[in-house]
Design a protein around this ligand. Structure first.
Ligand code: SF4
Ligand code: SF4
Length: 383
C-alpha cells in the first residue's frame, strides 16, 4: 500500500486505495469485521461513510471496536436517516442529531473528516456557506470533534467556489475520464446521459482541470468517488466512450490527477478488496490508461499533458509528468505558487537538463510538445 498526506489535516496519511461504504450494505456485523480485518491486513486505513443507515453505523462501530485509531474516518454532515430512508438536509437540528448518532453508533468521540454532504447546486452552495451550516462545521472543528472539513460534490463550479472559501480541507469529487470530458452541471444525471456523448468531445473540461489545479495549489486533498463510473467504465457496452477500461487503469487515471490522494473503492467482498489493492502489484502496462484514451476515435485527448507517464523513461531521468504538472499549475495561476516551487525543487532532475533528444515525444500518445514544455519550464523555474 502507498499513502498520501491530507496536507491541511496535520498531514494525516491516507491509503491510496480506500473503502467507500456502499460495499458494506446488506452484510452482517461479522462480515463487516472480516472486511475490516482484510483492510487492515492490506494497509487500507481510510473509509468514507456517506450512508446514514443506522445498521451501517452500528456494524461498522462493532467492526472497528478496539482499532478505531487504525482508520481515518470520513463522516458526512447533513446526511440523515428519516422514516427508514436516507435524506440530505441543511437543517442544523437534524444534522446535529444525525452527527451525534454517527459518533455514538461508531463508538468514537471524533471523526477525522467532517464532509459537508453533497453540494452540487449553486443555491445549495449559498445556503451552506452563507448560513449556519458552515458555522456548525467550524464549531465541530474548533472543538476537535472533526479534524478537517470536507465537502462532497459532482459539480466543478460548486466545488471550486467551496475551495475558494478557504474552509475546505478535503474534497470528495467524482472523477473518471468520461466525467472529466463533461461540462459542469448541477444535475449529476447529466454526467452519464448518452445524449451528452453523442458528439465529439475534446480534452478535459476547463472547469474540471481548473478545479484539480486549484486544489493542488491550495493543498486541498481530493478523494475520489465514481472512479469506475458505478462499474460502467469497465464495460464497453455501458461505458459512454464505448470502450472498456480495467480497474487498474481507472485507479491510475484518478491517482494521476493533481491533488488526488485516494480512490474510494466500493468493494462488496474480500475478493474485490484484494483486486483493488492488487493495483500495486500489476505492471505499468496494465495500469496504462493512455492505451485506451489515445485510441478513441470520437473522444480525443490531445496536446495537453495527461500526467500519464507513458513518455518515460526520459534519457536524462526527468519526471516529465511532474514537470508538466508544476508548469501547468504555474501558468494557470500566472505566477509560480509556493507549493509548485517547493515540489519542483524536490525533483531529482529538472527541465533545464533536457538534451532535446526527442525520445519522449515519440512515446507520448497525446501529442504533447514535450521539448517545448521543458524549455518553458526551464525558463519559468530558472533551472
Ligand atoms: S507528456 Fe504525454 S506521455 Fe508524458 S505524461 Fe504527459 S501526456 Fe503522458
Ligand atoms: S527530449 Fe528531453 S525530456 Fe524528452 S527524453 Fe529527451 S532529454 Fe528527456
Amino acid at each position: 500500500m502507498k499513502y498520501r498526506e491530507l496536507k491541511r489535516c496535520n498531514n494525516i496519511k491516507v491509503s491510496e486505495i480506500a473503502l467507500g461504504c456502499e460495499g458494506f450494505m446488506k452484510k452482517s456485523k461479522e462480515e463487516y469485521k472480516v472486511m475490516i480485518d482484510k483492510a487492515i491486513e492490506l494497509g487500507i486505513n481510510f473509509i468514507d461513510m456517506y450512508i446514514s443507515n443506522p445498521d451501517f453505523r452500528d456494524n461498522l462501530g462493532y467492526a472497528l471496536k478496539g482499532r478505531r485509531d487504525k482508520f481515518v474516518l470520513q463522516g458526512h454532515i447533513g446526511s440523515v436517516w428519516e422514516n427508514g430512508q436516507y435524506l440530505r438536509t441543511r437543517d442544523i437540528k437534524k444534522t446535529d442529531t444525525a452527527f451525534k448518532d454517527q459518533l455514538k453508533r461508531l463508538g468514537t468521540d471524533y471523526i477525522d473528516i467532517g464532509m459537508i454532504h453533497y453540494v452540487d447546486g449553486l443555491s445549495d452552495f449559498e445556503e451552506v456557506f452563507d448560513g449556519d451550516f458552515i458555522k456548525y462545521c467550524l464549531e465541530l472543528k474548533g472543538k476537535g470533534i472533526i479534524k478537517g472539513i470536507g465537502m462532497s460534490s459532482h459539480n466543478p463550479i460548486a466545488a471550486k467556489k467551496a475551495v475558494e472559501t478557504g474552509y475546505i480541507d478535503v474534497l470528495m469529487f467524482s472523477v473518471n475520464a468520461a466525467y472529466d470530458m463533461q461540462p459542469p452541471d448541477e444535475d449529476v444525471e447529466q454526467l452519464w446521459n448518452p445524449e451528452n456523448y453523442k458528439n465529439q468531445l475534446i480534452n478535459i473540461d476547463k472547469d474540471r482541470q481548473e478545479l484539480y489545479e486549484l486544489c493542488e495549489r491550495e493543498n486541498v486533498s481530493v478523494d475520489v468517488m465514481k472512479a469506475f463510473g458505478g462499474g460502467d467504465m469497465l464495460n464497453a457496452k455501458l461505458s459512454p466512450f464505448g470502450v472498456a477500461f480495467n480497474e487498474y487503469q481507472c485507479i491510475e487515471y484518478c491517482l494521476t490527477r493533481p491533488a488526488v490522494v485516494s480512490v474510494m473503492a466500493g468493494c462488496k467482498s474480500i475478493e474485490e478488496i484484494e483486486k483493488a489493492v492488487s493495483y500495486f502489484n500489476v505492471s505499468s502496462e496494465e495500469k496504462d490508461y493512455s492505451a485506451v484514451l489515445s485510441k478513441m476515435e470520437k473522444f480525443k485527448f490531445f496536446g495537453n499533458c495527461m500526467y500519464c507517464g507513458h513518455c518515460a523513461p526520459c534519457t536524462v531521468g526527468i519526471n516529465i509528468a511532474d514537470v508538466n504538472k508544476y508548469l501547468n499549475l504555474s501558468v494557470a495561476q500566472g505566477k509560480i505558487p509556493e507549493t509548485a516551487a517547493d515540489h519542483y525543487k524536490l525533483l531529482k532532475h529538472h527541465a533545464g537538463e533536457c538534451i532535446e533528444c526527442g525520445r519522449c515525444e515519440k512515446n507520448c500518445p497525446f501529442g504533447v510538445s514535450i521539448i517545448e514544455k521543458m524549455k518553458e519550464a526551464n525558463k519559468l523555474f530558472g533551472y
